[in-house]
Design a protein around this ligand. Structure first.
Ligand code: PMT
Length: 397
């Protein structure tokens, strides 16, 4: 779906990233959207209403009690006019107001008065983003189906580095275009594995890898946004469970295998994104291994291959595997596609540390028996949506 001919109400709140909103407005209008802007009073400290008015040619609204504005297009009309309400930047304060349903200015009132989908592009200091109160408000907003665009990670205006930067205008526009996904997976059940596994050596030590779970969680959210019923089987991560997704937490490969095999019979699609340990220590000591003068030699035995076991079921679901490779990416991915009898494989070149494991971005080469497609570097949310669109196309054909 695209934003062409869509009426977009752009709400701007008072953060330093507000200076980017004339550019955002221009990018929205140049893609064919009709844009009207509503500013909060503190946003006017960061961006001029005149600049925003000049870009779209439409008057900018900022006051709930403005007699002239109410005579022209009152706030209820404005709320009804909107096909999409986009708030960028959305400050921590505004997100808190939104989560509690306050209506003490024009923008917060419009949020309550509109039936249009609401998208927020948060922008704040990284500490404020991670604050327990902000995170709790985000959970409430996501449960209400308010869509989060970002934030991005990087250097901040205050000098801190971390999550909390507003996404760049072009990324917001791209996500908005994709954030209205068609329900291509409606009626389907999709199971996804995500994150690492931990293989215990003794009660205090384990073997694991650098998977953060971000890619798998993004796929779960994308599938849910496309209308699927989603089951996520996750190894240990620091991520919040995606909203409206059944999430099963596991630790080891054996536990992941058990839960997947129990549930997969009812699934139409299986996506193996987890970085599952291929081997586990033959013995997991019940007591802590003590240091002594000797070398320590450990013997490892093979874990079950979850992906292969699913693909070899008598009636397998559509099965998408991942291949994390540091060399011969195409060759190794294709050999996994055929050896494991998969419908599709997403090859992840993890020799480049800016993508893949524990990064915000990724890039994939996707192969299936009749074709292939490169999904260029993008954040994991965007990429997940593109990948699930490919799956939906293949399922249909
Ligand atoms: O979690 P992130 O930090 O976001 O990073 C994402 C990622 C790099 C982990 C992800 O994009 C990725 O590439 N996942 C696959 C990692 C992997 O273990 O690849 P592999 O080539 O070793 O395994 C091949 C496939 O078999 C994978 O689909 C894997 O889930 C599956 N497998 C492997 C071993 C096993 N015992 N059971 C399995 O199901």
């Amino acid at each position: 779906m695209s934003i062409i001919n869509k009426n977009i109400l752009l709400g701007v709140t008072g953060g330093i990233a507000a200076y980017k909103t004339p550019d955002l407005e221009r990018k929205l209008t140049s893609q064919g959207a009709n844009v009207r802007v509503v500013l909060t009073s503190s946003a006017k400290e960061f961006v001029s209403p005149l600049a925003l008015q000049a870009v779209s040619g439409n008057p900018v609204s900022d006051d709930l009690l403005d007699r002239d504005a109410e005579a022209a297009m009152g706030h209820i009309e404005l709320a009804k006019w909107a096909d999409i309400l986009l708030i960028a930047p959305a400050t921590a304060n505004f997100l808190a107001k939104l989560s509690h349903g306050l209506a003490d200015d024009l923008l917060s009132t419009l949020c309550l008065a509109t039936a249009a989908p609401i998208f927020v592009a948060p922008a704040m200091n990284q500490q404020m983003w991670h604050a327990a109160a902000t995170q709790k408000n985000l959970v409430i907003l996501q449960k209400r189906n308010i869509k989060l665009l970002g934030p991005a990670s990087g250097e901040q205006a205050c000098g801190d580095v971390g999550l909390g930067r507003m996404l760049e205008p072009q990324d917001i526009v791209a996500l908005l275009n994709q954030g209205l996904p068609e329900p291509l997976l409606a009626g389907k059940t999709v199971m996804i594995t995500a994150g690492p596994t931990r293989e215990a050596l003794d009660p205090v030590r384990y073997i694991t890898n650098h998977s953060s779970g971000k890619m798998g969680y993004a796929i779960a959210q994308a599938a849910q946004n496309m209308g699927a019923k989603v089951i996520l089987v996750s190894g240990p991560t620091h991520l919040m469970a995606p909203v409206n997704v059944t999430t099963i937490q596991v630790t080891s490969a054996a536990q992941m295998h058990q839960h997947v095999m129990e549930q997969v019979k009812h699934c139409d699609v299986f996506v193996a994104c987890a970085a599952v340990a291929d081997y586990r220590p033959m013995q997991s000591n019940s007591q802590k291994i003590k240091k002594n003068e000797q070398e320590l030699t450990l013997t490892f035995i093979k874990n079950p291959d979850i992906l292969s076991d699913v693909a070899h079921l008598p009636q397998p679901p559509f099965t998408l595997g991942f291949a994390a490779e540091t060399q011969n990416v195409r060759e190794y991915a294709l050999s996994k596609l055929y050896a494991k009898k998969l419908n599709m494989i997403a090859a992840n070149d993890v020799s480049d540390s800016s993508i893949g494991f524990n990064s915000e971005n990724n890039a994939l080469s996707v192969f299936w028996p009749q074709g292939e497609q490169i999904l260029a570097m993008a954040d994991k949310q965007q990429l997940a949506l593109q990948l699930m669109q490919l799956v939906a196309e293949q399922l249909k054909s």
